[in-house]
Structures are given as structure tokens and as C-alpha cells.
Design a protein around this ligand. Structure first.
Ligand code: BV8
Length: 253
């Protein structure tokens, strides 16, 4: 793990508008397999990209529904980790922080983050496939998509599948945020999924400083001004601690 540079802490302290762009890596230390690793156990013979599509749901709704139910049950048994909590701390230490998450697990909100753009939806919600609106019924223990209580059509998870557009309000809010931010911190994303990955490039084009936090290099590493190689749950609390120390010394002077 490379050390956190004093320049980064100074840059963090001076940030006016910070965007945090998170991927499944930030939930890894909560015990949720990253998206590329999501297919563990009984799901090993499937690729996530093959299940997270409208075609897969059309072809075998029970199979896709059971995969989401398995993920919901897993998420229900875990908690936000120190990485999520450190981002909440950052929200109190900087004037303007907004989280754009690719994750559907809701852990940022459970940790206490107050401004979260759910770029790919939220696994805990279901929508009616006919009416395209959220239907709030308890689906715990169901093995196949329940029927909409209003019209009888099948319910589906309120997530963005591959080949589906990003919800317009989330897309507009995310684009607006990256176009005015002066600092973007990308955490735990392989930067392979579009249009999410392009948000960092849009921020770069708008003149923002780019920080990438990931144990591994990604297609985004090339545009990063600072690269933090290691796990979010370890590095982010260290970042917060050093930012707090800097802010305290500058107040004391
Ligand atoms: C769109 C919700 C257009 C569902 C997700 C062909 C046909 C159609 C579209 C396409 C196509 N070819 C390409 C595309 C575009 C496609 C795409 O990008 N495909 C990829 C595979 C190439 N995108 C789309 O389809 C998007 N829509 O283009 O629509 C359109 C426009 C108008 C009208 C109609 C259509 C929609 C994409 C959204 C898909 N849904 N999730 C669900 O969750 O079930 S994406 C899903 O995968 C996640 O949400 C996430 O976004 C993505 C995985 O990415 P990561 O989060 O980065 O996770 P990954 O596992 O890859 O990486 C984890 C990283 O963490 C690693 O780098 C690892 O090193 C790091 N890490 C591990 N541990 C830690 C850590 N980091 C820090 N700390 C640790 N401890």
C-alpha cells in the first residue's frame, strides 16, 4: 500500500465540491463479493453480465429473481464498513460532498451518507414491469417474481440492467455534479461499465483533481492525479484522520 501523500491531504482540505464515485469494491470489506466476483457458491456457473439483463429475466424470471433474492439476503446480513463510514465523515469535513454509487446495496445510505445518487438503482426496491413504478411489498422468501398487487404483472428489482438506460434524474444529477466538482474520488470500481466510468473523465475534462482508490490498476488509473493502492476500509479512515489533523493544526495556528 503506498503512503498517503501530504499533497493529497492539502488538496483534500481545499476541495470546494467533492464527488465520490463508488463501485462494488467499497462493499467488499462488508462481505459483499464485488460484481465481477459476485457469482460465488451456487451461482459460479453464471456471469453477472448474463443475469443482470432484461433478456435473462424474460427468458428465466425465476432464475434471475432467485439471484437477486440471494443478493438481498446476503446484503441484509452485512453492515457498512469503515470505508462507507469514512465517506460520511468526509461529508462533515468538507463543504460539499456528493456520492455517486454504482452499487445497488444501499450501504452508503445505511452508513449515514445523506446525498447519494443511485446510478444503477437499488436492489431493495421492486418495480412493476408494466407500470414501471415502485411497488412496496415484502418479497422476503419468494422464489419467483411476485405479481403486482395493482395490475398483476410481474415485479422486478429496481436496478439498471445491462442494455437499459440510466434513470434520467440520476444521470442528470450525476452529470451536473461531475461538471462542477473540483475533486473526484473514485473508490472500488474497475471502471469498465459505461456510462458510469465516463463520469470520472467528465470530471477530469471539467478540471477536477482525480483520486483513484483501488488495490488494482484500472482503465481510470491513467487520468488519476493521485492513486491510492489498497483496500478502501483501511485507506479511507487514514485519509480522514490525516485530514482532521491538518484541519486541527491550521485552526490552532
Ligand atoms: C447503457 C446494476 C444504453 C445491476 C449494473 C452492449 C449492449 C448494451 C450495452 C452495452 C454493450 N456493450 C457495452 C455496453 C454498455 C454497458 C457496459 O458498460 N457494459 C460493460 C460490461 C462493457 N452499459 C450498460 O448497459 C448501461 N446502460 O449503456 O444503456 C442505453 C441508452 C439509452 C437507451 C437504452 C440503452 C447500464 C450498465 C448498468 C449495469 N448494471 N448494476 C445489478 O447490480 O444487478 S453494473 C454492475 O457492474 C455494478 O453496478 C457496477 O457498476 C458494475 C461493476 O463494476 P464495479 O462496481 O467496478 O465492480 P467490479 O467487480 O467490476 O470491480 C470492483 C473493483 O473493486 C475492482 O477494480 C477491485 O480491484 C476493487 N476492489 C476490490 N476490493 C476492494 C476494491 N477497491 C477498494 N477496496 C477494496 N477492499
Amino acid at each position: 500500500m503506498n503512503p498517503i501523500s501530504p499533497e493529497l491531504i492539502l488538496r483534500l482540505k481545499s476541495a470546494k465540491r467533492c464527488v465520490v464515485l463508488s463501485g462494488s469494491g467499497i462493499s467488499a470489506e462488508s462481505g459483499i463479493p464485488t460484481f465481477r466476483d459476485a457469482l460465488t457458491g451456487l451461482w459460479t456457473h453464471f456471469r453477472a453480465e448474463d443475469l443482470a439483463t432484461a433478456e435473462a429475466f424474460q427468458h428465466d424470471p425465476e432464475l434471475v429473481w432467485r439471484w437477486y433474492q440471494w443478493r438481498r439476503e446476503l446484503i441484509g446480513r452485512v453492515n457498512p464498513n469503515p470505508g462507507h463510514t469514512a465517506i460520511v465523515d468526509l461529508e462533515y469535513l468538507l463543504p460539499d460532498v456528493i456520492v455517486i454509487t454504482q452499487n445497488v446495496d444501499g450501504l452508503h445510505q445505511r452508513a449515514g451518507s445523506r446525498r447519494v445518487i443511485e446510478f444503477h438503482g437499488n436492489i431493495h426496491r421492486n418495480i412493476c414491469t408494466a407500470e414501471q413504478r415502485v411497488i412496496d411489498i415484502d418479497t422476503t422468501g419468494t422464489d419467483s417474481p411476485p405479481a403486482c398487487p395493482d395490475c398483476g404483472a410481474a415485479l422486478r428489482p429496481d436496478v439498471v440492467w445491462f442494455g437499459e438506460p440510466i434513470p434520467p434524474l440520476a444521470l442528470q444529477a450525476a452529470i451536473a455534479a461531475v461538471q462542477v466538482c473540483d475533486l473526484l474520488i473514485a473508490i472500488g470500481t474497475s471502471a469498465q461499465v459505461q456510462p458510469a466510468a465516463d463520469l470520472a473523465h467528465a470530471a477530469k475534462r471539467a478540471g477536477a483533481t482525480i483520486v483513484e482508490l483501488n488495490p488494482n490498476p484500472t482503465p481510470m488509473t491513467g487520468i488519476a492525479d493521485f492513486v491510492l493502492s489498497g483496500p478502501a476500509g483501511i485507506i479511507l479512515p487514514q485519509l480522514i484522520e490525516q485530514l482532521r489533523s491538518l484541519q486541527a493544526t491550521q485552526v490552532a495556528v
